[in-house]
Write a protein that binds this ligand. Structure first.
Ligand SMILES: [Zn+2]
Length: 110
């Protein structure tokens, strides 16, 4: 850590996973990640509220920006483009990185 002004800037280690905010890589919304994530979570992830660890923005997961043209799925914050979630599937395992989310707030099913 080298200061307090770095919160809104994605970690440099994220830059090799998906392009930065100025690169014209096509993306879709959070619904595109629902299929893969539904295999891991028995919850409605699309409606869940998530807090971005980079900028503090709280939004429904479905509003996130999803890049599928990467090794796996990269979900970024719509506000600051920081990485919220990364998911890589292999034939035998899932690798799930949630370190960009401070929390997920999930409605309980009745
Ligand atoms: Zn953010």
């Amino acid at each position: 850590m080298n200061g307090t002004d770095d919160f809104a800037v994605p970690d440099s280690e994220d830059q090799d996973i998906a392009a930065g905010p100025h690169d014209p890589i096509p993306f879709v919304d959070g619904n595109a990640a629902a299929g893969a994530l539904s295999e891991l979570f028995r919850i409605d992830i699309i409606a869940a509220l998530g807090r971005c660890r980079h900028c503090g923005s709280v939004r429904a997961f479905g509003e996130a920006v999803v890049f599928t043209d990467a090794p796996g799925i990269v979900v970024r914050c719509r506000d600051c483009k920081g990485v919220l979630l990364r998911l890589v599937e292999t034939p035998t395992r899932y690798w799930l990185d949630l370190s960009g989310l401070s929390y997920l707030e999930i409605d309980r099913e009745e």
